[in-house]
Design a protein around this ligand. Structure first.
Ligand code: RIB
Ligand code: CA
Length: 314
């Protein structure tokens, strides 16, 4: 099978890091054209450093890392140090990266790469706010036709929100960007809180990562043992939701997930519901069914997949 060409857009974030490591561990499945950092969990500069740290941890130092947008399209940046720690990747003591960022702006990299992909289209894997993607669409509308699909972590419907009562963080940070992506006509698969709240990093699952015994898996265990504390306190569940790896897991083993095609729109007007993703899950309207809205997941298979990916890394 020819590896799928992907670009990963991310705001690492411990859960982003796990998703990125899964992709880096799967060269037979993914031809990773680049990793692009975006402002989100913490500021852009630190997110980009974190992405370099994760690439170095994996040993796949040939994968280029770019810095994209440092603030949302219209709103003031909201970050999540309260969840991810002051560095955004608290937990393991990872060395300052030797790797350097690419000079090119991440948005220009996305545009140039998509324009050059004549034969096989490219899949965008988005793990953070959609600022880079929407900015690229605004700057170069022609690139939309060269996108195979967008697999995104973001949104929520039945599960509500996690940064406001109705909005999930990635969408809330840049709702205007999310609105542009939802209206773009590009096929979107959405791993929202409705599915990520069903994949909880319980103690046994984190212990299983530690028991792999490698540097990468131990770092993942340390990451999740740090980032879980906020969600455990908030939800009182047996584990914290492990959001972003759903994007890579869906591409590696789509059979782990179920979902339905339905219309999803983003609130960009009301402050009360800003960033809410309104999913017409019961198809009450005739609005275009623009999103493959994931609604269930085999959580046992999901964590087994993550562990198997980690087993392939140093
Ligand atoms: O709401 C969860 C999302 O926000 C995840 O992508 C996490 O990394 C944060 O960016
Ligand atoms: Ca993220």
């Amino acid at each position: 099978m020819t590896p799928r060409k992907i670009i990963i857009d991310t705001d690492p974030g411990q859960d982003d890091a796990v998703a990125i490591l899964m992709a880096l561990a799967s060269p037979e499945a993914f031809d990773i054209l680049g990793i692009v950092a975006v402002a989100g969990n913490v500021g852009l500069k630190q997110n980009a450093i974190n992405a370099l740290k994760v690439v170095e941890l994996s040993g796949r130092t040939e994968i280029p890392v770019y810095a994209g947008c440092d603030k949302p399209m219209k709103r003031t940046l909201v970050t999540a140090e309260h969840v991810h720690g002051d560095t955004g990747l608290n937990g393991p003591d990872l060395p300052e990266p030797q790797l350097k960022l690419q000079e090119q702006h991440g948005v220009d990299f996305i545009i140039e790469t998509l324009r050059q992909s004549i034969e096989d289209n490219i899949t965008l894997c988005t793990l953070g706010p959609l600022t880079n993607i929407a900015t690229a669409f605004e700057k170069a509308p022609d690139i939309v036709e060269n996108i195979e699909e967008i697999i995104m972590m973001g949104g929520g419907y039945f599960q509500g929100g996690n940064i406001t009562p109705v909005a999930e963080f990635n969408i809330y940070v840049d709702p205007h960007a999310a609105d542009i992506v939802m209206r773009s006509g590009v096929p979107v698969t959405m791993a929202s809180l409705d599915v990520t709240h069903k994949v909880l990093s319980t103690k046994a699952r984190i212990d299983a990562f530690f028991n792999v015994g490698t540097k990468s898996a131990t770092a993942v265990g340390e990451m999740l043992a740090f980032s879980e504390r906020f969600d455990l306190e908030k939800y009182k569940w047996q584990g914290a939701p492990l959001h972003d790896p759903c994007v890579i897991a869906y591409l590696l083993q789509p059979e782990l997930f179920t979902g339905r095609q339905c219309n999803v729109q983003v609130e960009t007007q009301s402050e009360l519901t800003m960033g809410m993703t309104v999913a017409d899950y019961w198809n009450i309207t005739d609005n275009p069914k623009n999103v493959n809205f994931l609604d269930n997941v085999d959580d046992i298979g999901y964590f087994e997949l993550i562990k198997n990916c980690l087993l392939r890394l140093p």
